[in-house]
Design a protein around this ligand. Structure first.
Ligand code: HEM
Length: 380
């Protein structure tokens, strides 16, 4: 199937669902898929009815709860303790370093030659940014990336089934590595995010080792592939919308609104999951207690009930109430960072290239969590 067909099918499928079956089970006993913006928004706002504690594995097997898969009061405590390190002023401190890293990666990409953009930029940039936040040394970067890839690719089984031996092994190695780091930090305090998280104390106390480890595992899962997806989506938009690319070259100050529209148009975090705490009705559909519900963020973001000409990429779209970074108490904690990385990549690519061409559009699948694993491009 060609790239265009695949993309059309995905978004046409979402449109059919929004128009004819806005709350539906694609398989008998499967999760309920929710396609319209208003319903997705309502679910994300109502954490009392739609729980994030979705895992079916017994608590003793799960380890400390991660913020993403927990409800208040556990969620409040975890989020509050690490939020300090994600404030815009803290993220701003990373800007020069992210710019320098991005420039290094782009300097290494030859012109007029086919290169895999995922390997060359879209995967390593977010990994390095998060690794620096967690104090991972350059020499440990490959292991860090391998662990987080293994855990990410197994996330469904980790939550709902039996995780593979390889992902259990990756989690165990990652835990051992970060436990050592945490002990070192306690002896020699550090200023990076993990250092701040170890030291932060509020009226809720401090994070214990298990909670810190759960956070170290969550960050690469939440922040790596998603940001990779934003970068590959940007490249795809540059090819599909040469006029947008040209406009960005002329007006780099539009790169922030480019990122917002890219998050809407090709949402890298295409869907999330919740479990109903009691029987509920969504858009006239009754759903029993304990059912899984999948808010389709990528579909909500193309809803014609909210967005004018939703299948058009509009650089100046305003307002742009997309749900690409979530909404409610679980709204993306790394949102400032994700936006900053997306903006730097868009600015630097527009500044140095006159065109970005996908060499093999078939591989450019969209709509999957995180986007394509390989994206051959030719830049000129
Ligand atoms: C373009 C890149 C990104 C996208 C599209 C994205 C999207 C999202 C979305 C949709 C959620 C909410 C999920 C839900 O409600 O179930 C979320 C949560 C989260 N994100 Fe991001 N994210 C991105 C980058 C990042 C980065 C770079 C980090 C950190 C370094 C990060 C850390 C988190 C964390 C910790 C949560 C859980 C927050 C909570 O449960 O309170 N994300 N993200």
């Amino acid at each position: 199937m060609s790239e265009t067909q695949e993309t059309l099918n995905l978004y046409e499928g979402f449109k059919l669902m929004r128009d004819h079956a806005p709350v539906t089970q694609l398989e008998a006993d499967g999760p309920w898929q929710v396609a319209r913006h208003a319903d997705v928004h309502a679910i994300l706002r109502d954490h009392a009815t739609f729980s994030s504690a979705v895992s079916v594995r017994p608590p003793e097997e799960r380890g400390a709860p991660s913020m993403l898969f927990s409800d208040p009061p556990i969620h409040n405590r975890l989020r509050k303790l690490v939020s300090v390190a994600f404030k815009p002023s803290q993220i701003q401190r990373q800007e020069q370093q992210i710019r320098a890293r991005c420039k290094e990666f782009l300097d290494a990409i030859p012109l007029h030659t086919e290169v895999d953009l995922v390997q060359a930029l879209a995967a390593p940039l977010p990994v390095m940014v998060i690794a620096e936040m967690l104090g991972v040394e350059d020499g440990d970067m490959a292991a860090f990336k391998a662990w987080s890839d293994e855990i990410f690719s197994n996330i469904g089984e980790i939550l709902f089934g039996t995780p593979s031996a390889a992902s259990e092994q990756a989690a165990a190695e990652m835990n051992a590595y970060f436990l050592q780091q945490i002990n070192d930090i306690r002896a020699n305090p550090k200023d990076h995010l993990l250092g701040q998280s170890v030291a932060t104390e509020t009226e809720d106390g401090m994070l214990d080792d298990e909670e810190l480890l759960s956070f170290c595992r969550l960050l690469p899962i939440a922040g790596n592939e998603t940001t990779t997806g934003l970068i590959t989506a940007s490249a795809r938009i540059f090819q599909e919308q040469p006029q947008t690319f040209a406009q960005l070259k002329q007006q780099p100050e539009l790169s922030a609104s480019f990122v917002e529209e890219a998050l809407r148009f090709y949402s890298p975090f295409s869907a999330t999951v919740r479990r109903t705490t009691h029987a509920v009705e969504i858009a006239g559909q009754s759903i029993a207690a304990g059912e899984l519900v999948v808010p389709l963020l990528a579909s909500a973001n193309r809803d014609e009930r909210v967005f004018d000409e939703p299948d058009k990429f509009k650089l100046d779209r305003s307002p742009n109430p997309h749900l690409g970074l979530g909404f409610g108490i679980h709204v993306c904690l790394g949102a400032h960072l994700a936006r900053l990385e997306g903006k730097i990549v868009a600015e630097q690519m527009a500044e140095r290239y006159s065109s970005v061409t996908l060499a093999n559009p078939q591989t450019a699948t969209v709509g999957e969590l995180g986007g394509p694993k390989v994206l051959p491009v030719v830049v000129a």
